[in-house]
Design a protein. Sequence first.
Length: 118
Amino acid sequence: MVKKHAPDAHKPYAIVTVVLPGPDRKRAPAPYLFRVTYRNPDPNEPGCLMTWVVSGGREEYQIAAERTADGYLNWHCTCPDAVYHGEYRHAYCCKHVHGLQALFETIGNPVRSERGVA
C-alpha cells in the first residue's frame, strides 16, 4: 500500500493577479500573475525576505525582496527593464516591483518608501 502525501500542505504561499501596463507598445492594461515562491519565516532577519515568479508578460521574471542589516528593503527583478536600469538602482524600480509595492500599500504594509534595486 502506498501512502499519499498532501502536496506542500503547510506552505501558505499565495498567487495574486495585478493589472499592469502590458508588454506591447500600446501598454494596454494586462493581468500579471505574482506567485510567491519563498517566504522567510523570520521577516525581520537580514537577507532574502520573499521571492515571487511573475508571469503574464512576454516571459516569466523573478522578484526578490531583500532586507538589509539596517532594515531597508532592496527590490530585485530579472526583467530586462530592471536589468538595463540597474546602475540607477536607488532611483528606479520596474513596473513589476511597483505593482507589487502598490499591492502591499493596498493591504496596509507601506513599502514604496524603501530603496529599489534592479
